[in-house]
Ligand binder design. Sequence first.
Ligand code: NAD
Ligand code: IPM
Ligand code: MN
Length: 344
Amino acid sequence: MPRKTYRICVLAGDGIGPEVTDCARRVLSSLEKAGGPAFTFDAQSAGYGAFERSGSALPAEMVAVAKTADAVLVGAMDVARIPASEPEPLSALRRALDVHASIRPVRAFTGAPAFRENIDVTIVREVTEGLYSGIEYAAGPDAACAVRLITRQASTRAAEIAFRQAMERRRKVTAVHKIGVLKLTDGLFLEAAREVAKRYPDVEFETRNVDACALELVRHPEIFDVILATNVFGDILSDVAAAVGCGLGLAPSSCVGDKWAYFEPVHGTAPDIAGKGIADPLATILSSAMMLRHLGEGAWAGAVDRAVEAVLRDGPRTGDLGGRATSAEVTTAVIAALEKQMTV
Ligand code: NAD
Ligand code: IPM
Ligand code: MN
C-alpha cells in the first residue's frame, strides 16, 4: 500500500507553544523513516503574536487553511494578553471548525510522579458555548455581564461523544452540573444528557454537582470513568484532573466535530518557563498520538504512546517530572524509543 502523506496545519501560538509543537513535529516526521506515514506541515499564525503582527488573533486565511488540512495541531495561545475588542481565538477557532467537544484523557504513567496513581479518567467538555460563548458586555460603568448560553443541540452532541468514549472504556458517564443554582441552563444540559443515556443502556449514567465532583476527583479519582461537562466546569476540572495525575505536562487533548478535528495540550503558554527550552513536550506529543488515531493510523498512535511510556519509565524527564532534561532531549529519547520498537 502506498505510504500516506498528511498535511497538518500547525498553529504554534505563543510562549511554549512553538517549543512543544516543534517537538511533536519532530516525532511525527520521524515516523516516515520507520515505514510510517509522512507529514507536511503548514505553519499558520494565531494567538497574541499574530494579533501583534497582523491585528487579528485568528486571521481568516488561517481558518481557511485549517479547513483544508487533514488535521490541525495547536500549541498554546496567550489569550490573556489579547484585548477585549478581539474575539478570544481558541473558542472562535472551535466554533469556526465546529469542533464541539474536547476530549481530555488523564491517567497515571509508570515512572512519572502522580498525585494519585489510580486516576484514569476522560473529561468530555463542550467547547462552543456555555460561559465562554463570547457574549459579554458592560452593563453601565460598574457592572458587566457574560451570557451562559446552553443549547439542546450542543449538549446532545457533547453527551453523544461522552457515551461513545465510555463504550470504549469502563462504561460510566458522570454529568456535572450546578442544578440547584443554574436551574434552566443545567436543567437543559442534563435533560439532553439523559436523553442520550437512554440510547446507551450498557453505560452507567450518574450526575454530580461540580463542586462535589472536584472534591471526589481529588479524593477518589477511581470512581470516575468519563466526566461530561459544560464549557467552564470542564475547563477547570481538566486542570484539576491533570494535577491529580502527573500534571499538565502529560495532559493531551483533541477537539472533535463532525467534519474537522484539532489536537492540543491542555496547558497554556507557561510564561514562567517560556523561551528556556525546558517545557515538557509530552502532552503535545501525546496529542499528536491522538491525532494519528483520528487519521486512522492507530498502530502508529500506539507506537508513539508506547515510546512516551518508555521514556517516562527510563528517563530523561523535564523539570515538571523531577528531571533536568530539555524539551529537545526528551523528544530525542521518544524518537529513539520509537526506533527501538521498530528493530525488535
Ligand atoms: P499554563 O497552563 O500556561 O501554566 C500553568 C502552570 O503549569 C505554570 O506553572 C507552567 O509553567 C506549568 N506548565 C504548563 N505547561 C507546561 C509544560 N508543558 N511543561 C512544564 N510545565 C508546564 O496556565 P496560565 O499560566 O494560567 O496561562 C498562561 C497563558 O496561556 C494565559 O494567557 C492563558 O489564557 C493561556 N492558556 C492557553 C491555553 C491554550 O492555548 N490551549 C490553555 C490554557 C491557558
Ligand atoms: C483550555 C484553555 C482555553 C479554554 C482558554 C485559553 C480559552 O484554558 O483549552 O483549557 O478554556 O478553552
Ligand atoms: Mn484550560
